[in-house]
Each structure stands twice: as structure tokens, then as C-alpha cells.
Design a protein around this ligand. Sequence first.
Ligand code: MN
Length: 271
Amino acid sequence: MSHFVIGDVQGCYEQLNELLSIIDFSPTKDHIIFAGDMVNRGNDSLKVLDFCLSNPNSVSAVLGNHDLYLMHLIESKGSDNCLQQILECDQLDSIYLWLKSCPLMKSISIDESKEIFYITHAGIPPIWTFDEARKYSNEISNELIHNPKSILSNMWGDYPNLWSNDLKGHERNRLIINYFTRMRFLFSNGALELKTKGLNEAGELIRWFDLTEKNLGANEYILFGHWAALKGKTDLNHIIGLDTGCVWGGDLTAIKLENKKLYSVNNNENL
Ligand SMILES: [Mn+2]
């Protein structure tokens, strides 16, 4: 049995299929975890979700910002050209149920090696321990199941941008969601800066993983997507970026947790 984590698919079903055949994915033996942003921008978001729902025992995922956007559209009965096929499909209820069952963070341990892999869409901020991060991820999952309309319609916005244990209600939920699904650069105190994407324009801002690295034990790893501009490069051995910009004409990347081998396929179509 092998565990694979796959970066941002964003509706690129053809490349996903190609990648699955390269890694020789077996739904009866292997497990795939998507690092979020399964949908939007690409052409075949519905097919990607169909694949997830058709393999309930071998496919799981963490939510990305685009997945949450889709959930908001479902809940608010909104529309979006790129996601319309999903919004109008017969299995929308089961898709929504499945999305609500996906957490913001998963952790997986591989028995023999005693290694622990934390998987989130954007990352884990340095101000949280991994136990705290799991607790906050659970808080959001609980809200998505019990109060979806309320949390999804109040998650928008960039503020508050600095964590405090005293935060409550929508401000707390919004910041947890932003750290897990939109984070790239931080101020040195751990506050989010959500406007900057490019590494050249960062100034005094710090890449989140340069601050979080110190929290990792020798057997711990973080796997994340979201930041296509990095092209997967963090320069760190234990924090591995998997968004290699497939939907922008780049690669779709998977990592096999048992040996940390990377696999990728190129999306030449969109060049
Ligand atoms: Mn994203």
C-alpha cells in the first residue's frame, strides 16, 4: 500500500488521469490525498470530483480556497461559469456532503518509518502547535457540518490577520480558514499578508514555512499546495510544496509518502 499526496488539480482531469497511471494508482491498495483546490479554473472540475466520490475508500482531501468557494456557491445557490456543470449536476448533494467531510488539515503516519505528514492546502502558521492546528481544523469542520450557511457566507475578507486565542465567531473562523487555505507570506509576528504572491515583491515579508520550520520534529513533514509561483521549491527538506501550476500550463505533482519520491506530468495544452 502506498500513500500519495497530489497538489492543486484545479479541474485538470486529463492530467490527473495521466498522473494516476504514472504512479500506477490502485484504488484497492493505495491511498490518495488531495492537497486542496481540486476544482475551478480548469475545464473538468466535475470529473475530478466524480473521481473522488467514486473512490471513497482510497481518496481523501483537504479543502482549498477554491473548494470553499464552490461550497459557498452551492450553499448560496450562486453561479459561476467555470463551476456551473457541478452546480447543475444530479449528484450535487453528495458532492456537497463529501466536501463538508473534508478537513482543512490531515495528518498521516506511515507505520514503519514513524514519520508524520501534515497536509493542508496553504500551510500551517508558526504560531500554532500541530495539536492546536488540528483542533482549529476540527472547529471549522464542525461548523461546516452544523452551520454551513453561516460560516461560508462570513469567511470572506483578509481581517483579522493575526491570531489570538480570544478570537470568537466569524472572525475566528475566517482567520483559521485564511491561515490554512490562503497563506503565503507572513509578517514576523505571524500576521497574514494576503496580497503578495511573488517572491520578488515580498520586501520584509517572510514565507510562512521559513517561520514554521522550527516547529517540526525530526520525523515530521508538511505538505502543501496553493502557491504555484514557488514551483514546488521551498529549499526545505521537510516542507514540500506540491502546487506546480498545472492549470497554468505547468505540472501536476504527486509525492509518494513511503519514499518521498515526486512524480509529475506536464500540462502542455494550456501553454
Ligand atoms: Mn489555493
